[in-house]
Design a protein around this ligand. Structure first.
Ligand code: NPW
Ligand code: ADP
Ligand code: K
Length: 528
């Protein structure tokens, strides 16, 4: 993992939130027990206690509020348990609630003979405290349902009695707490395997799992509470998880601005963007580059649109071709509104074959490369060779990535992490697959999953703003993957701010660009 991540998370500012796969979590669980000697049953007791805390403090609040009205909320709980350790957590939660005086019913969906060892132990203890374990859902009304059917061990679609139990839970008018993950959500992808519980709260143990963040999983979790049960980063044993996301603020990761810097210090950004029909893309991209900290921005675009660009963005310079400005630039961004014209192709060829500066490829730059097999092969060969390799970022949306890959877009949507990693490796580049949860992949295998942003960003020009931000950051941040992660995160925060003022329905991509400065000011203030 990037050193920057580790120093940032060790500095007292919690910048990085790890996102684990089922395999990574299982390894961390077993390292904690087998290497560090913390017994599984101790971890399980802490896991159960953390869920009980959530239930009891919610109940207390309810009872206080209801008490003022002379009402007495009931405490009827159903534990729905599966045959593995998620079910064992559920039984432990039920036993602790019994001890707290709650009225608890237990439903064990799998037969006791198939139960995991820890589940057998929990059943034994719960029964000793008077628990009655039922093999069908006990009739009755419930105020609280604990979903402990499956956690990270879900390995096939929920069917039969499990589907019935999930559908029954979803039909109840009760507060639903999911243990570790809503049952039916695949840990690594967030996919719904068959059907899934819709929870009000998900209490997840130790670390976030990827499926809690990805769509559609995140629509099933309700509020996610990640509790500490004794499984810490020590359990990684120097094998850090592949994926992470940011928690605000990230100001300490932004490039420092030397007090005695000049406009050259902060990056000379050359943008190959805009065409007769898409001048706005160049303007959005250039404006965002300025707001993200660039010292100078030059736009290479057809002469015909220079006046409109100069009017909208007088701070920027314009050029007829990249050739004259190639030496001047510290960094190049290509693609927004570029079109697939012969001029665009010629300009892009020049950039790819005659320059070595760090480069961001987006939109039509990617489409032009995808159309030209010889050019694509040449780019791959250049990037595979350390002597000719440049710092490179690609920011395709799934459609553009599908064109590069030569497959259907559905294929990319099914496995976005796989394809982002594949192209990061093939091009030795930082590659983004854009979407509601954009995924950035680094050639070293690290994955960033973005959680800032909102559906108001699904609007024309939003990607042009991102290219401007990322290109600006690449001029002063050494590691392209890092520049990409920070840029994507800030872009989403700008989208959130734009949504706050204009609303998701009405915001435009220019509102996102116009929010970039305010996001950076906020980041600085939070950090001080
Ligand atoms: N130290 C630790 O280890 C700690 C672990 N903790 C907890 O353990 C959980 C992981 O436990 P786990 O590995 O036992 O997996 P789990 O989620 O219970 O699922 C496996 C069971 O489900 C079954 N099954 C799967 N899919 C199915 C389907 N579609 N339809 C039907 N059955 C299906 C599968 O059956 P099988 O495939 O064997 O037939 C098996 O019985 C984790 O999420 C956390 O809650 C915490 O207490 C913290 C400490
Ligand atoms: N539902 C959403 N939630 C969060 N971000 C989104 C959502 N939909 C789109 N975005 C973001 O908006 C941007 C759209 O980029 P892109 O598809 O290239 O648009 P355009 O080509 O119109 O500029 C991406 O950064 C994407 O991650
Ligand atoms: K569960």
């Amino acid at each position: 993992m990037n050193k920057c991540v580790l120093s940032a998370s060790g500095s007292g500012h919690p910048v990085v939130c790890w996102l684990l796969t089922a395999a990574e979590m299982k390894r961390c669980d077993s390292n904690t027990s087998e290497i560090f000697g913390v017994p599984s049953v101790v971890l399980m007791e802490r896991a159960a206690l953390s869920c009980v805390d959530v239930i009891v403090s919610r109940q207390k609040k309810l009872e206080e509020q209801a008490g003022q009205l002379g009402l007495h909320p009931k405490r009827r709980v159903l534990i729905a348990a599966g045959g593995g350790n998620n079910g064992a957590d559920g039984i432990a939660i039920g036993r602790l609630l019994l001890q707290e005086g709650y009225d608890v019913s237990f439903y064990l969906a799998s037969g006791e003979e198939k139960a995991s060892e820890l589940l057998k132990l929990q059943l034994h203890t719960a029964k000793a405290y008077g628990a009655v374990i039922c093999d069908t859902i006990p009739d009755g009304e419930y105020d609280i349902i604990v979903d402990a059917l499956f956690g990270i061990g879900l390995c096939r679609p929920a069917e039969g009695i499990y589907r019935e139990a999930i559908e029954w839970i979803n039909a109840q008018d009760a507060f639903v707490l999911a243990v570790d993950l809503p049952s039916g959500i695949e840990t690594d992808t967030g996919a719904v395997l068959g059907c899934a519980v819709r929870a009000d709260v998900t209490v997840t143990f130790g670390f976030w799992k990827r499926g809690l963040l990805f769509y559609p999983g995140c629509k099933y979790t309700g509020k996610v509470i990640c509790t500490q049960i004794g499984i810490t980063e020590d359990g990684f044993l120097n094998q850090t998880p592949e994926a992470f996301t940011f928690t605000a603020p990230v100001a300490e990761l932004l490039p420092a601005r030397p007090e005695d810097g000049n406009k050259g210090t902060f990056g000379k950004v050359l943008l190959l963007a805009g065409s007769e029909a898409m001048a706005g893309a160049a303007i959005l991209c250039g404006r965002s580059a300025f707001y993200a900290g660039s010292g100078m921005v030059k736009l290479s675009c057809p002469t015909l649109i220079h006046p409109v660009i100069q009017t909208a963005l007088p701070e920027a310079m314009t050029a007829d071709s990249v050739e004259a400005s190639a030496r001047w630039a510290d960094v190049i961004g290509a693609g927004p509104g570029l079109s697939l014209s012969d001029r665009a192709r010629k300009e892009l060829l020049f950039v790819l074959q005659q320059t070595l500066q760090p480069l961001v490829l987006d939109a039509d730059a990617i489409n032009l490369i995808a159309k030209d097999e010889a050019l694509l092969q040449e780019l791959i060969e250049h990037q595979q060779n350390p002597a000719t390799r440049r710092k490179l970022i690609l920011t395709p949306h799934p459609g553009e990535l599908a064109r590069l890959e030569g497959c259907a877009i559905e294929e990319i949507l099914k496995q976005p992490v796989f394809y982002a990693k594949k192209w990061a490796n093939r091009l030795q580049a930082a590659v983004l697959c854009k979407g509601a949860r954009s995924i950035a992949a680094s050639p070293d295998g690290s994955i960033y999953i973005n959680r800032s942003g909102n559906s108001g960003m699904a609007v024309a020009g939003s990607g042009d703003v991102l290219t401007g931000i990322v290109t600006a950051l690449l001029s002063t941040i050494d590691d392209p993957f890092w520049a990409l992660c920070i840029g994507v995160y800030l872009h989403g925060l700008a989208g959130d701010l734009a949504a706050h003022t204009k609303g998701e329905y009405s915001m435009t991509s220019n509102d996102i660009a116009e929010a970039v400065w305010a996001v950076l000011v906020k980041q600085e203030k939070n950090y001080v």
